[in-house]
Write a protein that binds this ligand. Structure first.
Ligand SMILES: CC(C)(COP(=O)(O)OP(=O)(O)OC[C@H]1O[C@@H](n2cnc3c(N)ncnc32)[C@H](O)[C@@H]1OP(=O)(O)O)[C@@H](O)C(=O)NCCC(=O)NCCSC(=O)C[C@H](O)C(=O)O
Ligand SMILES: [Mg+2]
Length: 311
């Protein structure tokens, strides 16, 4: 049976695909150009750690011009600013405010007050209401305060996403980068709990070894199984794997359709639950199935609206 068209889930926010979120140093003109046609769901133009101090001002100008160009639509565009406590943070935020970017990524967030300050700078600089904030959790203190940070109410510049900074976290923990990411699991779990408790998206950290695509795929699978919406990336060669792993498969979409249909049939017969292929289906599974279908539809819409890759 074909999967039914997803009905809007009452009260649910629209699903925004964020399977693949590609960082690029905003000082790198070639990367900014190339990103116009890369099949990432979202792009982060970085002003922070990928940009040397001497190149910060130029990178800021490039990031603003790139975001303002509209060349990346329909993909989501975010600018990662330097922290407010640095010499560049305030000017980065003021510039991002007028860039037309969808979101501003704040690195190394350790307290709700930092989000409120950033939102105030954005507002004072004339950012349009709705420009979102994404908070990076990448220090022990930030992760221990994840719940507080995630529930910060910011009416004009809402917090939309928590982003793991696993490189900084490993450094701060003095942990090793192991294939199973065991040393990072507590932090990843705290991030996810805080995000989900507050209806936020959650993005997994980057995989540094771009030559190890098998290890990258294993990390993506683990991230998806944990519950992350997608992965932050540093190289175009990883986009296809992230898109595949974090997107629903055809089989999963078909299964979602069957779950919805089986439960609807059971409800029509006055029952609240049903067995499908020997497995219990309740209303919570129907909700999950609707979300899968909505994600599948949003991914398909993004693909249709995206410019074709060259060659
Ligand atoms: C890692 C890189 C420096 C490698 O760059 P390069 O040597 O140029 O790679 P390639 O020659 O293999 O590139 C092939 C083509 O792809 C383009 N390219 C490469 N990377 C990107 C990118 N990120 N976005 C867009 N396009 C990209 C090259 O220009 C080549 O194009 P072409 O000329 O057509 O052949 C580089 O990949 C890179 O700089 N990556 C991003 C690094 C970054 O942004 N780091 C900061 C974010 S991660 C972080 O901070 C972690 C977090 O905070 C934490 O704590 O965990
Ligand atoms: Mg970092």
């Amino acid at each position: 049976m074909p999967a039914p068209t997803p009905a809007p889930i009452p009260g649910a926010a629209p699903v925004r695909p964020r399977r693949s979120v590609l960082y690029m140093p905003a000082a790198n003109a070639r990367a900014l150009e190339k990103a116009r046609t890369l099949p990432a769901d979202a792009l982060i133009l970085d002003l922070e750690d990928a940009v040397a101090p001497a190149a910060k001002a130029e990178a800021r100008e490039r990031a603003v011009a790139a975001a303002a160009s509209g060349a990346y639509a329909p993909r989501e565009v975010a600018i990662r600013v330097n922290a407010l406590a640095t010499p560049w943070g305030r000017a980065d935020l003021a510039a991002a405010a007028r860039s037309g970017a969808d979101a501003v990524v704040l690195p190394k967030v350790e307290a709700a007050q930092q989000l409120r300050e950033a939102a105030a700078v954005l507002e004072a600089a004339g950012a349009p209401p709705g420009m979102a904030l994404w908070a990076m959790l990448e220090t022990p203190r930030g992760l221990l305060r994840a719940a507080d940070i995630a529930e910060t109410a910011l009416p004009r510049h809402p917090l939309a996403c928590l982003v793991m900074g696993t490189s900084d976290l490993a450094k701060e923990l003095r942990a090793a980068h192991t294939r199973d990411r065991l040393p990072l699991l507590t932090g990843l779990g705290l991030c996810l709990l805080a995000a989900r408790a507050n209806g936020l998206a959650a993005l997994d950290g980057v995989h540094l070894d771009i030559g190890d695509l098998a290890g990258f795929e294993a990390a993506c699978l683990q991230g998806r199984e944990l519950g992350f919406d997608g992965k932050t990336l540093i190289h175009p060669s990883t986009l296809a794997i992230a898109n595949r792993v974090f997107g629903p498969t055809e089989a999963e979409l078909a299964e979602a359709g069957r779950i919805i249909a089986a439960h609807a049939e059971a409800e029509a017969a006055g029952k609240g639950v049903v067995l499908l292929d020997g497995k219990l289906v309740e209303s919570l599974h129907v909700e999950q199935a609707h979300r899968q279908l909505a994600l599948g539809a949003a991914i398909a819409a993004l693909a249709v609206a995206s410019p074709p890759a060259p060659g």
